[in-house]
Design a binder for this molecule. Structure first.
Ligand code: DX5
Ligand code: ZN
Length: 211
């Protein structure tokens, strides 16, 4: 499968977002990962639809919006209208019934739907959701902050998932050149990285080293 690299904008300099978007595009990024946090599901607050709307104007790359919020069903519409290309919701925050409704709505707008699970959530939890989604996002840190260390338990989860799921598997948290190798071997093909990419002196080299 083609490896796709998604810089997480959380680690960018928010005072020059347009420039940061241009920089990662030039360095070869495939999509832009956008972390939305509400201070309830995770202990941090980041950005909402209004920022996504302006990011949309600044990059031709797909915006991959990761909703780390309670009651995501209530906000999916606003993020679609803001210009999201992909929306990920967490299994810990949603019922299967709500997910079915979201999947149906997104089909019409051609926005791709992903399901994510925290490191502490067993793979079995997302199994009923797999037929509804376009991709799975495996968390390899507890969501809330960039710059955390990779939790190795993600590797087994990815390989078990790869055995039953043929679409995109993304992995998010603590990805660098070393952990990238491990998750690719396990079967992940979308690598999300924040601090490793934006903290690098040479962003292009960092992205290439993940590929
Ligand atoms: C964590 C976020 C991640 C984060 C990754 O809650 O969902 O997307 O920005 O950052 P790094 O790559 O620094 O772990
Ligand atoms: Zn994320």
């Amino acid at each position: 499968m083609k490896i796709k690299i998604a810089p997480s904008i959380l680690s960018a300099d928010f005072s020059k977002l347009a420039l940061e978007l241009k920089r990662v595009k030039q360095a070869g990024a495939d999509l832009i990962h956008v972390d939305v946090m509400d201070g309830h599901f995770v202990p941090n607050i980041t950005i909402g639809p209004v920022v996504v709307k302006f990011m949309r104007k600044c990059t031709p790359l797909a915006l991959d919006v990761h909703l780390m919020i309670q009651n995501p069903a209530k906000f999916v519409g606003a993020f679609v209208n803001a210009g999201s290309d992909m929306i990920t919701v967490h299994i810990e925050t949603i019922s299967l019934k709500e997910l079915q409704a979201i999947a149906k709505g997104l089909k019409k707008s051609k926005v791709k739907l992903g399901i994510s699970l925290n490191p502490g959530t067993p793979l079995a939890k997302i199994k009923p959701a797999l037929e509804l989604v376009d991709f799975v996002l495996v968390m390899s840190v507890n969501p809330g902050f960039g710059g955390q260390a990779f939790i190795p338990g993600a590797i087994k989860k990815i390989s078990q998932l790869r055995a039953i799921f043929t679409k995109d598997i993304a992995v998010d948290g603590g990805i660098n050149a070393q952990t990238a190798k491990l998750v690719k071997q396990a079967g992940a093909n979308v690598l999300i990285a924040g601090s490793y990419i934006f903290g690098a002196k040479n962003i292009k080299q960092a992205i290439n080293s993940l590929r």
